[in-house]
Design a protein around this ligand. Structure first.
Ligand code: TXA
Ligand code: MG
Length: 310
């Protein structure tokens, strides 16, 4: 954790001037700006080359600070108590008199809120009197960033400042749940949905289709390493990068491990950095071993599936 108080002060200086900065979260790095200021939010969309109709998640320190911007309900309270701060994003009804920039929500009547767990992100929010809108710190459709060097690779010197919080502990984006009406999962992510189900005590709907208009960010092509990727591979070609989740005896140079012991949490943590490494080494295609479709494996497979649409 290289970010001390003086770095946080510097970050605040840039945010107060309505610049975007890179921030570490437990899921992935975010590209953050003041959620109340139109011009600051416009910069996020420009930098990411993000379509304007794709709304942003707003990050808060705790429940008290969201009450001026959105309505809370019983299901929210159950999940908030159990899982926040952490890798879950709630879609709630936006208040009419909220100060959230229309650019954040694309004039929608809902708001995506998240309470990040990373120490540095929390410290930053504690010292600010506005919440931070922050999408993942990558160019739209590309791989998300899980360490400072990834953010630099995406944006170069186009952003003024990045707070360094080390490598993200979870490694994939938050799980998104719509809590307006019947609870519905809109994105698989860092919180296993079986835990959410258990806490709410009901079977929740899942709508993660790329045609789903509620969360337009779930497009078919997403999380792309920029080269073809195939899943469920047993024997890839020699020249392909082979991504594995279990240790193999052979020591070929093109083997890359998400985990050596079938650990799905470890695999999620390593997913984006592994794909980025393979791409940067100049491989022309990627084969991935079958990943068990349980726990975080579901979210990993979701990301791989979208990445494979290249
Ligand atoms: O882990 C994360 O959630 C990271 C970190 C930085 O917090 N952020 C992140 O943001 O993944 P982004 O912008 O890459 O993905 C946000 C997703 C998009 O698919 C967007 O469509 C959806 O959230 N979203 C945002 N506001 C929404 C709303 N009001 N209703 C439905 N979906 C919404
Ligand atoms: Mg993203």
């Amino acid at each position: 954790m290289k970010s001390n108080q003086s770095n946080i002060k510097k970050a605040i200086k840039y945010l107060n001037k309505n610049y975007c900065i890179g921030v570490p979260s437990e899921t992935v790095y975010g590209l953050a700006a003041n959620a109340y200021v139109d011009s600051a939010i416009k910069k996020i969309f420009d930098l990411k080359k993000r379509p304007k109709n794709n709304p942003l998640i707003v990050h808060y320190l705790g429940i008290d600070s969201i009450k001026r911007d959105c309505f809370i309900n019983e299901n929210f309270m159950k999940l908030y108590k159990k899982f926040s701060p952490g890798p879950i994003t709630y879609i709630l009804k936006l208040k009419k008199n909220s100060k959230i920039s229309k650019n954040v929500t694309n004039n929608k009547k809902s708001l995506a809120v998240r309470f990040p767990k990373h120490k540095i992100f929390k410290e930053l929010l504690k010292q600010l009197d506005y919440p931070l809108a922050a999408p993942s710190a990558n160019i739209t459709t590309k791989l998300s960033a899980v360490q400072v060097t990834d953010v630099k690779e995406e944006f170069g010197n186009k952003i003024k400042y990045i707070l360094d919080g080390g490598k993200c502990a979870v490694g994939i984006e938050s799980t998104i749940i719509n809590l307006i009406g019947k609870p519905t999962i809109l994105r698989l992510g860092g919180l296993d949905i079986s835990k959410i189900q258990k806490t709410l005590g009901l079977k929740i709907d899942i709508n993660i289709s790329p045609r789903n208009k509620i969360a337009p960010g779930q497009s078919r092509l997403h999380y792309s390493p920029g080269i073809p990727l195939k899943m469920n591979m047993i024997n890839p070609k020699n020249e392909e990068a082979f991504i594995l989740i279990n240790k193999r005896k052979t020591k070929l140079k093109n083997y890359f491990y998400l985990s050596k012991k079938n650990d799905l949490n470890e695999a999620a943590k390593n997913l984006y950095s592994c794909l980025r490494k393979v791409k940067n080494k100049g491989f022309k295609s990627i084969a991935v071993e079958k990943i068990p479709n349980k726990g975080l494996g579901k979210a990993i497979n979701d990301r791989l599936q979208r990445a494979s649409k290249y």
